[in-house]
Write a protein that binds this ligand. Sequence first.
Ligand SMILES: [Zn+2]
Length: 184
Amino acid sequence: MTSRNKHQSGARLPLRIDPDALADSGRILGGRAQWVDLGRLEYCGVRGVSPDVEVRFRAYREPGGAVLIAGDVTAEIAVTCQRCLGELVLPVGAELLVAVARSQREAVRLQEDYETIELDRGAQLSLAGLIEDELLLAVPLVPKHEDRRQCDAEALARLEALGNAAPRRESPFQVLEALRKNER
Ligand SMILES: [Zn+2]
């Protein structure tokens, strides 16, 4: 929070933006988001590998006047491989396009064509939330090293020995999945 920090990269992104102002300015918002500002990822078991997240956003209006936010998010993340429980690094290069609806009625219209975020009139949009969403969407449902040979061989052997010795039980991931289903 020192003034030195402010000048370091020169391009630390704002965490919240006014979508209407961004659309009307025609400006492209580019820069780096810091992992520390994307706390939901850690909570979801996603770790940041690249020094930060590179993002670029622009906003424009669709024919009906609503603001569309288009952008791309580039980073390297790591999740736990569900086969060997080792670290699996995933490069992410994701493009996003979301519409900002300012009323429920507008949301219904926009949802036909776009992923839509509903915001009260005048409310700001959380860029951090958008970035978190994109990175979470990039994680496969069951992340695994693509090839078994990429897995941690020792851990794999240990896990398989455990699996053969113990009576078959639900994995913690299945339990989590069941909990998630119940929540909906
Ligand atoms: Zn693995």
